[in-house]
Each structure stands twice: as structure tokens, then as C-alpha cells.
Design a protein. Structure first.
Lengths: 253, 268
């Protein structure tokens, strides 16, 4: 579904991502792992059009999507979440989820000014859909609370739910459980496995090895922007290069 | 709205109001168009102008955006002063009387009614707009541009639209004010006028439609109470901004909200 074809991104002297190629199969949970600074977030930023690709191409279902802007990619079915939370704290929980449906909503200025019936009905319909999404993670009770009052763990989940509103075919999750306690981590893992993976192909960037090994179908390991290894979770835990460069160093597990 | 809902600061809106006023006045005086039609043309012209300058200017953020709008404002102001054949230079120019479809506006009462109607209508429209999905997009841009972008919102496009809307409103108010006072001078487009607008919004409360109106009322009445301090007007505005920023960052309108909340809490 997604094909990364020898992409490179350079910041000043460092090559954050260096001639990297791999493919993501439709329906997979495909994890990208690697030590801090390996270039994982940079890769996500290139796929989602936040950074311009220096060299190489990116294909989605055979179509070249290299350097298409983030907002246009949402209409192509790609959405992402952020390593450092990006939630609109000035909005309520429900409004944040409604943002996810933005691409389906009528935002004609004239109609909005006059409270056109079609706009109100449209909003009502999407509110129901947003509440349904929230109910999947048991948050419909706090739908009308301001996001700024909520815990980090809840907001991390909210970000995933918001992304689901765009009905993506491919979702990129950048460290969805970073900073969460074991209970919250289990909840997010569950959310990813049961809700998201049902309909959406997932690219998962994560340091939590337990979770990665549990839920991934396939793993790509990168180090210093280059591909170090790839394979199923069993292949990766037994790969000597990976053990030496990463798992064995005692950073994780 | 540009400031309060999309989190942008413009120090040029006084100048936009002034220029919009001039265009309307010149069209009606020199080309004998009806006042209403002149304002209409002025609005269209200013909207196009705003759209064109919005593209480069809105790439800037925070202080840089404020400085750039300030720069545009100063250019407009200099232009209005220099083109004295067209604008009467620093002396300003007198304005024909105002009429709508042949109905002449002669006394203040008529003006009050017109402005009140327009004001109520504008508030109603903007309250609707802010409560709509369009308004939510603007608030999300203020909350997190990255988040907005990640769900498919073209952030710079919306910033442009809001900028254009705010310039259109400035143009209408600038034009009406010129027709009302029967006179227009570059002072309308001056830097201090822009500052005054910013103070109104900040004083009343960012992110609230009626906040700006509370601010406007106070700033209109205040100078009349303080006529003896006229020389220090800018100084007083500065002090107000600093005071508000420190003690009530959400403006006066937020005080009412707090009171409302406390009253509701008591009921329970
Ligand atoms: N905008 C930027 N400007 C300059 N250098 C950058 C930028 N973004 C990333 N880098 C550099 O690129 C390299 C890879 O960073 P990246 O954030 O992609 O790593 P990561 O694999 O996501 O790490 P982590 O696990 O800590 O999130 C790092 O050396 C980083 O300093
Ligand atoms: Mg990262």
C-alpha cells in the first residue's frame, strides 16, 4: 500500500533519513523502531508532507505522493498523530473529535452566517458520529469538557480518535504510548488492535518493545537514518544486528 | 475576529479602514457614484487587496506579523498623505452627504438607527459564524496549527479568508464613518487608530464577539471623560493594554463569564 523508495532527508550536515526504502502492506500494523534520533519522526514527517523529501519517492497505492502537503494527503486517506501531543486545548473533547470530520463538513461562510438548516443538520450528524467514536474509548461522558483540563493519557487517546474521524486508509502513529503508565498503555494497545487495525493500515513508531512485539505484523528497524533490519517480530528479536545496536544495549525491554 | 479567533495580531486595520473610507469617498465625490455603490466597490477592492497581501504577510507569525501589518498600515498612511490631488493630502477632504436609494441621511438619529441595525446584524452573523464548523476551524488554528493541518485543514487558506473578512468589516466601518462625519483625513488611517482597534479587542476580551464591543464602548467614552489628558491618550492606551494583559488576560468580557459561573454555582 505504501512504498518508500530510497528517501533521504538532510538537516545541515546530518542525514536524518538516509536512502531508506521499505514497503507497508495493506492491513498490516507495521512498526518502525530504532534508537532515539534514528530518524523515525523525520520519516513520518516526510510521508505526511510536513518535511520536503530531499531525494527519493513515496507511493501510495501506486500513486506518487512525494511532497504533497499534509492537508491534501488527508483527502488521499493519510492521517497521523504526534509524538508531542497536538490537541487544541481551547476546544472541548467533542470539538476536537469533530475536527477530525472537518473534511466532510460544509463550511460555506454565507450559510454559516445565517445558520442555514443544512449546516445545522450536518453538524448534528457529525456530532453523533463523534460521540460514537468517543464511546469506543469510554469518553462520551466528558465530551463537553475543555481539553486543557484532561490528563495526558486521555489526550493521547483523543488524538487517535480524532485521526479516525478523517476515515483514513493509512494512519501513522508517532509514539502513541510515550509517557503513559502501564494501564493506559494497555488501553491504547487495545484501541489500536481492536478499533484502528480493523479498517486501517497502521504505521506505528514506538519505543515500547513489549507492545511493538505484541501487536506488530511486521517491523522495520532503522538506525542513523538507515535500515538495519526488517521482518516479523520473531525475526527481529532474534536478529543479531538488532540485538547489538538496539535491544542489547539495555535501552528498552 | 482575526485576532480573537485565529490568534493573529494586526496593527494595520486602522489603515485599512481609512483607505477603504477614502476609496468610497473618492468614488462618490469625484465620480458621482451613489454612496452605497461606492462602499460596495470599495469593499470589493479592499477584499481583493487584502487577499493579495495576505499571501505573503500571513506566512509571518506573532510579532513579525504585527510588524508587517504595521508596515502596510504606514505605507497606506503615507500614500494618503502624499497623493494630495486625489485625497486632499493631510488636510483631508469633505464628503458628500449619505443616502440609501435616494433616502438622505441628515440628522444623527438616522445614523444611530442605521449603525445600530448594522451592528446587531453583524453581531448576529458573526456569532453564527463562530459557532459553526467554520468557526471551529478558526479556533483550532489558534489551538494548534499542526493539529488543524493534520486533519486536512489548509491553515494559510483560512488565515487569508479571515483576514479578508476583517478588512471588509474595517472598510465598511471606515466608509460609514467618513460619510457620517462628512470629512475624511489621513488621521483615520493612522497608526494610533490601528492601536485603538487593538486596544478595543484586547480590553473587551479576545475570542468573544461582544468583547470587542464592550472594548469599543469603553474606548469611545473614556476619552470624553479624560479630555484634559488628551495629550497622553496613547500613553493611557499603553497602560490599559499592560494592565489588562497582566490582570485580566481574557479581557473584561471574561469577568462577566466568571460572574455567571459563580452565580450558577451558588444556585446549586
Ligand atoms: N527540524 C529539524 N531540524 C534539524 N534537525 C532535525 C530536525 N528534525 C530532526 N532533526 C534531527 O534528525 C535526527 C533524527 O530525528 P528524529 O526526530 O527523526 O528522531 P526519532 O527517531 O524520531 O527520535 P526519538 O525516538 O527521540 O523520537 C536527529 O539527529 C535530530 O536532531
Ligand atoms: Mg521521534
Amino acid at each position: 500500500m505504501l512504498k518508500i523508495n530510497s528517501v533521504t532527508k538532510q538537516f545541515g550536515g546530518i542525514k536524518a533519513v538516509d536512502d531508506l526504502s521499505f514497503r507497508v502492506k495493506k492491513g498490516h500494523i507495521h512498526s518502525i523502531i530504532g534508537p532515539n534520533g534514528a530518524g523515525k519522526t523525520t520519516l513520518v514527517n516526510m510521508i505526511t508532507g510536513v518535511y520536503k523529501v530531499d531525494h527519493g519517492t513515496i507511493f501510495l497505492d501506486g500513486a506518487d505522493i512525494t511532497n504533497i502537503t499534509t492537508d491534501k494527503l488527508v483527502y488521499r486517506g493519510i492521517c497521523r498523530t504526534f509524538q508531542n501531543l497536538e490537541i487544541c486545548e481551547n476546544l472541548t473533547v467533542l470539538e476536537n473529535v469533530l475536527l477530525g470530520f472537518d473534511k466532510y463538513m460544509d463550511k460555506s461562510i454565507i450559510k454559516s452566517c445565517f445558520r442555514a438548516k443544512s449546516i445545522l443538520e450536518d453538524e448534528k450528524r457529525h456530532k453523533d458520529r463523534a460521540l460514537h467514536l468517543l464511546s469506543l474509548i469510554g469518553l462520551e461522558k466528558i465530551a463537553n469538557q475543555k481539553a486543557e483540563n484532561l490528563s495526558y493519557g486521555i489526550l493521547k487517546k483523543l488524538e487517535i480518535i480524532r485521526a479516525l474521524g478523517t476515515s483514513p486508509e493509512l494512519i501513522l502513529l508517532d509514539e502513541p504510548v510515550a509517557g503513559l503508565n502501564p494501564k493506559e498503555t494497555a488501553e491504547v494497545a487495545d484501541l489500536i488492535k481492536t478499533v484502528v487495525a480493523d479498517e486501517v493500515t497502521i504505521v506505528l513508531v514506538e519505543h515500547d518493545m513489549k507492545m511493538v512485539m505484541q501487536i506488530s505484523d511486521y517491523i522495520t528497524v532503522i538506525n542513523f537514518g538507515k535500515k538495519l533490519a526488517q521482518g516479523t517480530p520473531e525475526e527481529i528479536v532474534n536478529n543479531k544486528d538488532v540485538i547489538r545496536a538496539y535491544l542489547g544495549s539495555g535501552v528498552v525491554c | 475576529m482575526f485576532m480573537g479567533y485565529a490568534g493573529q495580531v494586526s496593527l494595520g486595520h486602522g489603515a485599512f479602514a481609512g483607505l477603504g473610507g477614502y476609496i468610497a469617498v473618492i468614488l462618490s465625490s469625484n465620480y458621482e457614484l451613489s454612496p452605497l455603490f461606492s462602499i460596495f466597490i470599495s469593499v470589493i477592492t479592499m477584499a481583493i487587496l487584502a487577499f493579495i497581501i495576505s499571501k505573503p504577510i500571513l506566512r509571518l507569525k506573532g510579532h513579525y506579523l504585527a510588524m508587517a501589518t504595521l508596515g502596510v498600515g504606514v505605507i497606506i498612511s503615507i500614500f494618503l498623505n502624499a497623493e494630495d490631488e486625489l485625497t486632499g493630502g493631510s488636510d483631508g477632504m469633505s464628503v458628500d452627504s449619505f443616502s440609501i436609494f435616494g433616502y438622505e441621511f441628515t440628522d444623527n438619529l438616522q445614523w444611530y438607527i442605521l449603525c445600530a441595525v448594522l451592528l446587531v446584524f453583524t453581531i448576529w452573523m458573526f456569532t453564527n459564524l463562530v459557532d459553526s464548523p467554520f468557526g471551529r476551524v478558526l479556533k483550532s488554528i489558534q489551538g494548534s496549527e499542526k493539529a488543524a493541518n493534520s486533519v486536512g485543514i489548509n491553515v494559510s487558506h483560512y488565515k487569508s479568508i479571515v483576514f479578508v473578512i476583517s478588512v471588509v468589516i474595517a472598510t465598511i466601518s471606515g466608509s460609514l464613518y467618513a460619510f457620517f462625519s462628512g470629512f475624511i483625513s489621513p488621521a483615520e488611517a493612522s497608526f494610533s487608530h490601528s492601536i485603538e482597534l487593538v486596544v478595543m479587542v484586547v480590553l473587551g476580551g479576545l475570542g468573544r464577539i461582544y468583547g470587542a464591543i464592550i472594548g469599543a464602548v469603553i474606548l469611545t467614552i473614556l476619552p470624553q471623560l479624560l479630555t484634559s489628558f488628551e495629550d497622553y491618550q496613547t500613553l493611557i492606551y499603553g497602560a490599559i493594554i499592560i494592565f489588562i494583559m497582566i490582570f485580566m488576560p481574557k479581557g473584561i468580557a471574561s469577568l462577566f463569564n466568571d460572574m455567571k459561573r459563580r452565580l450558577l454555582a451558588k444556585d446549586k
